[in-house]
Design a protein around this ligand. Structure first.
Ligand SMILES: [Zn+2]
Length: 617
């Protein structure tokens, strides 16, 4: 999904103290999902305890989310009891995720019940839901999640189906009992449930790979044969790239709904992939889906198996350190585009359009004049949920996209200096490959990244990375594109990746002409302070009412920008700012501008080598 520093290694040495009143036997967790369509899940836990003071903790720092996003405010109806007698609790005055109680003498088990009331359109629709176990349990504070075992069970709504990487022991007509696993594995093994289900194998021999789909309608489950072939190729191409796997089986848990919330969350043996109902039939949504599959699957290696030491925390209480997210997410963002292209889910042209869009956006982030890339990662607790207004000046989670440019730069550098004998694939094999293993975490530091790059090809990688990650750079790192035989150019032809983004967020992106990102109704989402619209007076939150005297529409805006080329007059905008209307004159005459890659014939086409399929293993 969407976030070390050397000192973060100290976290691993953090002394984990066992909560005094916790007895080390399995917790049982029963989830009643029969009200899932109403966004309510009923949770019932039995926790082995000893008499004395006990503090219960609700998962706060969620793996893959890199931030304290635990949904504590969705916990309602919390009741503790033992032997039928209520046990009072008190929330910690400072740590809102902690609940203190006293276990009476003679008590061996504590019963806990609560409801998880998720926000509408986040985890469930009328016909499907994602079961995220971390939302549904508390555990004794201070105990490592590897040291707690949980026996979970789940009751489905009548007629609903189920899919998860979590092993089942019994399935009694919608009452599922799971194998006892560690709390770590449980939280890493979510489920999807729903009325309309389809399961498709993605490998025919060897290890099990599966595409499990829940959708709001049966029609939404239909996917083209070339999409299925592409996904099967993706499994093969990832193995050909990394040379080993670190899971026992892998399941893509895909939900297709316009109301069940979008999602993209990685796990060792599965991924949660929440897309729109028409993701398999609408052209732009299908391209977006392919990237999501490539991204989340790559995370099984880069993120789950190899994880920055600062993100490899022992429980869900210790804060995470995000400073190596340009590896965790940046390299994943890169491979998440490369692998779908090698698999045929994307064409070479779509790949180039995506890299052009990334290069253009990062080059135009005005915030890069004050904020080094690393700070967007260190501050992930802020950047991940930053509001849209002033994002260009603030910078957003740029460690994703600028990270992908840095890794392309490194890839092209290795390919060029080794005359095509070596590539970033060799780094990935050394860093993420090795022997096949079951899920395991192998933490790393910045030095480990530098050392492995040097093993592949001796170079001053420390300076290479420091210059791009830790220093303030007025320009985006586009060396992978320019040294790869291409250049970023701007034309009036819309860019495919920008069309995908506009389609998804219902926006109008004219970032490289007027310097505006707008809602389809004319509301200004963001401005680039270096470009003409801001200089004329436009700011986020305002709403454009008319363009050159005509009532706002996206067509009217595009026509005005296109015809600016042949006019010396400014583009006149009447803009609503609160209860006042103002007229702003934007001095702009360059027509529509969208980024693309254009071949530079003076250099070899290394970029095309990057996206060539590898021979399958
Ligand atoms: Zn990610």
């Amino acid at each position: 999904m969407k976030p070390i520093r050397n000192c973060a290694v100290a976290i691993l040495l953090f002394l984990v103290t066992s909560s005094a009143a916790f007895a080390q036997t399995a917790i049982t967790l029963h989830v009643d999902a029969t009200d899932a369509a109403r966004n309510v899940l009923h949770s019932r836990l039995t926790v082995p305890v000893k008499p004395g003071p006990l503090t219960l903790f609700y998962p706060k720092w969620i793996p893959g989310e890199h931030t304290p996003t635990g949904t504590i405010d969705d916990v309602v109806g919390l009741k503790l009891s033992a032997g039928g007698k209520t046990i009072p609790w008190r929330r910690d005055d400072v740590e809102m995720f902690s609940f203190h109680c006293d276990i009476p003498p003679g008590t061996t088990t504590l019963d806990i019940t609560f409801d998880d009331v998720s926000q509408p359109e986040t985890t469930a629709s009328a016909k499907l839901a994602r079961i995220k176990w971390n939302r549904l349990l508390v555990y004794p504070e201070g105990v490592a999640s590897d040291a707690i075992n949980v026996k979970a069970s789940l009751k489905l709504p009548p007629g609903w189906k189920f899919a998860s990487a979590l092993p089942i022991t019994t399935d009694n007509r919608g009452e599922l009992q799971f194998k006892e696993v560690s709390l770590t594995q449980l939280v890493d093994s979510p489920a999807i449930i729903g009325a309309h289900f389809r399961s498709l194998p993605l490998s025919t021999t060897g290890m099990k790979h599966e595409l499990d789909l829940m959708a709001d309608t049966t029609q939404a489950l239909e996917l083209k044969s070339e999409t299925l072939t592409g996904l099967r190729n993706l499994v093969q191409q990832a193995y050909a790239l990394f040379g080993a796997r670190h899971y026992n089986s892998y399941t893509f848990l895909v939900t297709l709904s316009d109301h069940g919330g979008s999602e993209g969350l990685e796990h060792h043996e599965s991924s949660e992939d929440g897309v729109g109902e028409k993701a398999f039939s609408e052209e732009l949504e299908l391209l977006d889906f392919a990237e999501l599959m490539g991204h989340e699957y790559t995370h099984s290696w880069n993120g789950k198996y190899r994880r920055p030491a600062g993100l490899a925390t022992p429980d869900f209480e210790q804060p995470m350190h995000g400073d190596l997210l340009w590896v965790y997410e940046g390299l994943t963002q890169y491979l998440g585009k490369v692998l779908p292209t090698r698999s045929g889910l994307w064409t070479a042209e779509v790949f180039r359009e995506a890299m052009a869009a990334v290069a253009a956006e990062m080059e135009h982030q005005s915030g890069r004049e004050w904020r080094p890339l690393v700070d967007t990662a260190v501050a992930v607790q802020l950047t991940y949920s930053s509001p849209r207004a002033w994002l260009n000046y603030r910078r957003r989670v740029d460690y994703y996209d600028e990270g992908s440019l840095i890794w392309l730069d490194a890839d092209v550098l290795i390919r060029t200096r080794s005359n095509g004998k070596l590539s970033l694939d060799d780094f990935c094999r050394r860093f993420h490959g090795g022997q096949n293993t079951a899920p395991v975490v192998k933490p790393y530091t910045f030095d480990d990244v530098v050392n492995t790059l040097n093993e592949v090809m001796p170079y001053d990688w420390r300076s290479f990375l420091n210059a791009r990650v830790n220093a303030i750079n007025p320009h985006a790192p586009v060396g992978g594109i320019t040294n790869g035989g291409w250049r970023v150019v701007y034309t009036d032809k819309p860019n495919t990746e920008i069309r995908i983004a506009d389609h998804g967020r219902k926006s109008v992106d004219v970032s490289y002409s007027l310097g505006l990102l707008l809602k389809e109704d004319g509301t200004v989402l963001d401005v680039n302070p270096n470009l003409p619209a801001f200089k004329a007076g436009v700011a986020p939150g305002m709403k454009i009412l008319t363009v050159n005297g005509r009532t706002w529409s996206t067509d009217v805006l595009h026509e005005a920008i296109a015809s600016s080329k042949n006019s010396t007059a400014p583009i006149e905008l009447v803009v609503e700012n609160g209860s006042f209307n103002e007229t702003y004159r934007v001095n702009y005459h360059d027509g529509e501008r969208y980024p693309h890659l254009e071949r530079d014939n003076t250099k070899p086409d290394v970029l095309s080598d990057v996206i060539k399929s590898r021979a399958q293993q």
